[in-house]
Design a protein around this ligand. Structure first.
Ligand code: 5AD
Ligand code: SF4
Length: 471
């Protein structure tokens, strides 16, 4: 898994001053957050960020490998960039992130699509890798780390609305869900020093940000013992346990930084989200009543094959527990259709789990076999493509109905919205999200992006609540 190669001698000389870099992000929020860390590393080394790819000396694609279609989109983009390079031979193209980690030398040596390859734990090396290319070499670092959290790096906020920002609190994933490539592309799970997280939250608050989202592949297993090697909580001494910072404690510490700043977090694994986290959400007004709780499937046999480590009943109990402790909590879900050997009846279990859980919204996917995963090695991707598609359509249709029904309950009610953008349809309207993370659109009038506004909901669609501000 671990590999590092830098063609030619390693150069420490930095050639950045005066040069511009452009970065495009694909995939999950974690990647968008990583791009801001990359931005910071590059600017610290004398490069200037540009939003114009044609003004850039270095173009980075920060990539996603989670499904085959994500990789295909990036591959097309890389081919397009290679054509641009014909007109601008000095252009340096770098592929970063999960696809870089998964394919290692392939895009560089076999396909000759890029000049730089850097995996998710190699971003500190980027200025050096770019300098290598300027010297006429190709450069790659796909070494995964057990420690790297980029803790002290203050992200360069890219394309920001000045209102919402991500803070990465951990990296990697140890869960080994059988369908998922992430543990292979992002390496072992590690938590970031809480002081550096709080510092980042304070800086965001002082800079006028109104909402932060704590990010990790599995935030509920955040665990900090005060540095040093990772200890399994079960094996820790009583003293270590008493002093450990678990996710509920971190959440509380972040909530206290600025009571006017909204706190969100993602993603929660159902097996790890604790009552302590739920009670912390209730305790602090500024922690949003919203949990992204991927189920993946509603059938216990499939969940076992997916190595999710919970059953259908266990998941449903967790949803009940959330609703019991946090009445009105928004819950969203990730669902995969057509996982290996899934029968029609097992698919219907997924539909019924959705119906019972009444998710506010879901991210829904067809199973895509990923090389190197447990499912690819041990199981057969045997659900025909048209069956996967039909099941996915049924899942989407049901979610649309559930979202519409949930949204209708808001009609006639007042919700508090953080305006974070102009509406896509009209610049006379503002758009934002309520506590439960549902999108709300309302006339701008005298309000501005960054305002908290109480909005009376008048009508709804499957995705949006529409209303007007009450003064
Ligand atoms: N095929 C389809 N969807 C996948 N996901 C992860 N791996 C795969 C795969 N191989 C989905 C899961 C996860 C989300 C981020 O992506 O639902 O929660
Ligand atoms: Fe992938 Fe599972 Fe880890 Fe999420 S929890 S990143 S689905 S292995």
């Amino acid at each position: 898994m671990q590999e590092t190669q830098v063609a030619g001698d390693v150069h420490t000389a930095v050639k950045g001053p005066g040069k511009h870099f452009y970065i495009e992000s694909y995939g999950c929020a974690m990647n968008f957050s990583d791009s801001e860390i990359i931005g910071s590393i590059m600017t610290d080394n004398g490069y200037t960020h540009t939003n114009d790819e044609f003004a850039a000396d270095v173009v980075f694609l920060n990539t996603c490998a989670i499904r085959d279609n994500a990789e295909q989109t990036i591959r097309h983009r890389l081919m397009h960039l290679r054509n641009n390079k014909r007109k601008n031979s000095g252009l340096i193209i770098g592929v970063l992130g999960c696809m870089a980690e998964r394919l290692k030398t392939k895009l560089l040596e076999e396909e000759k699509l890029v000049d730089v390859v850097a995996g998710p734990d190699a971003y500190r090396d980027l200025p050096k890798l770019v300098a290598e290319v300027e010297d006429g070499n190709k450069a790659i670092n796909v070494l995964l780390s057990r420690e790297e959290t980029y803790a002290e790096i203050s992200p360069l906020r890219l394309n920001t609305n000045g209102v919402s920002a991500f803070i990465s609190i951990m990296r990697g994933c140890d869960n080994m869900c059988s369908f998922c490539v992430v543990p292979f592309t992002r390496g072992r799970e590690r938590s970031r020093d809480p002081e550096s997280i709080l510092n980042e939250a304070r800086i965001l608050s002082q800079s006028g940000y109104k909402e932060i989202t704590l990010l990790g592949q599995n935030v509920d297993s955040y665990l900090w013992f005060g540095g040093g090697p990772k200890i399994d909580f079960k094996n820790a001494t009583e003293e270590q346990k008493a002093n450990a910072i678990t996710f509920d404690k971190l959440l509380e510490m972040v909530a206290l930084v600025d009571p006017q700043m909204r706190i969100r977090f993602s993603t929660s694994h159902p097996k790890d989200i604790s009552d302590a986290v739920l009670h912390t959400i209730v305790k602090y007004e500024n922690i949003c009543n919203y949990i992204h709780l991927p189920a993946q499937s509603g059938n216990s046999r499939i969940l076992e094959a997916m190595n999710r480590t919970y059953t259908r009943e266990w998941y449903l109990d967790k949803v009940n527990r959330i609703r019991e402790i946090i009445p009105g909590c928004g819950i969203s879900c990730d669902i995969i259709s057509g996982f290996c050997s899934e029968t029609e009846e097992e698919h219907r279990d997924t539909l019924s789990l959705m119906e019972i859980s009444r998710f506010d919204f879901s991210y829904m996917y067809k199973y895509s076999e990923r090389p190197g995963t447990l499912a690819q090695k041990k199981m057969t991707d045997d659900v025909p493509e048209e069956v996967k598609s039909r099941r996915l359509s049924e899942i989407i249709l049901l979610q649309n109905r559930l979202s519409l029904e949930n949204n209708r309950q808001y009609i006639g009610k007042v919700v508090r919205v953080l305006a974070d953008n102009l509406s896509k349809k009209s610049d006379k309207d503002l758009s934002g999200r309520n506590d439960q993370n549902v999108k709300v659109v309302f006339p701008k009038e005298t309000f501005s992006i960054g305002d908290f506004v109480d909005v009376l909901i008048e009508r709804v669609t499957t995705t949006t609540l529409i209303g007007k501000a009450i003064k």
